[in-house]
Write a protein that binds this ligand. Sequence first.
Ligand code: SF4
Length: 223
Amino acid sequence: MSKEHDFDEMMEYLREKFEVGAFPGKDPDEDETPNRTPFEVLISTVLSQRTKDVNTHRASEALFEEYPTPKDLAEAPLDRIKELIKPSGFYNVKSKRVKRIAERIHQEFDDEVPDDLNDLLDFRGVGRKTANCVLVYGFGEPAVPVDTHVHRISNRLGIAETNDPEETERVLEKKIPKKYWIEINRLMVQFGKEICRPRNPRCDECPLTHMCIYYEEVYLDGD
Ligand code: SF4
């Protein structure tokens, strides 16, 4: 079954409901959209892997307070990085990754994070979601970062019928007007945390039921 998706209507609802949205490194209690440098976005997104927002925020704050630039982090002792990023979990792996990324930015890119997708993907530990987050949140460039929330919601709505986030990214780029790309991640992530949750989505509170396959085929069917 397929559904018509009115992206203007969808975005109007999401914008109204979630003024700020969510993205890596943001304080979950912060109610304004903060400015982050591309370097902060890149490192925070690596730290955000497999942890909660609040832990990513704590680890990022501690790390950037002591090592605010690629050069600082490149020259930082590994043990100190581990200590600072401990709240984010997996700190043995993550500390090596962020230090190595900082070293490469310092040595190969003159302390400036590259704004090229392929250059970003060349950093170890940086996948498409992270690279696209850097483009959107660091450089303000249109891109579609697809994490588990965006992947799940797109499939529930029936915008995509895909098995992995990379495929979903390709479908969303084709279907969603480019003018919405810059906002789609932060809004869908917040929507996924509050309404279209991984388990027990709150379909009874959702105004997108008329364009949602999950609602028709799973939610109503289970009633
Ligand atoms: S109707 Fe339910 S499953 Fe569909 S988008 Fe809304 S919350 Fe998610």
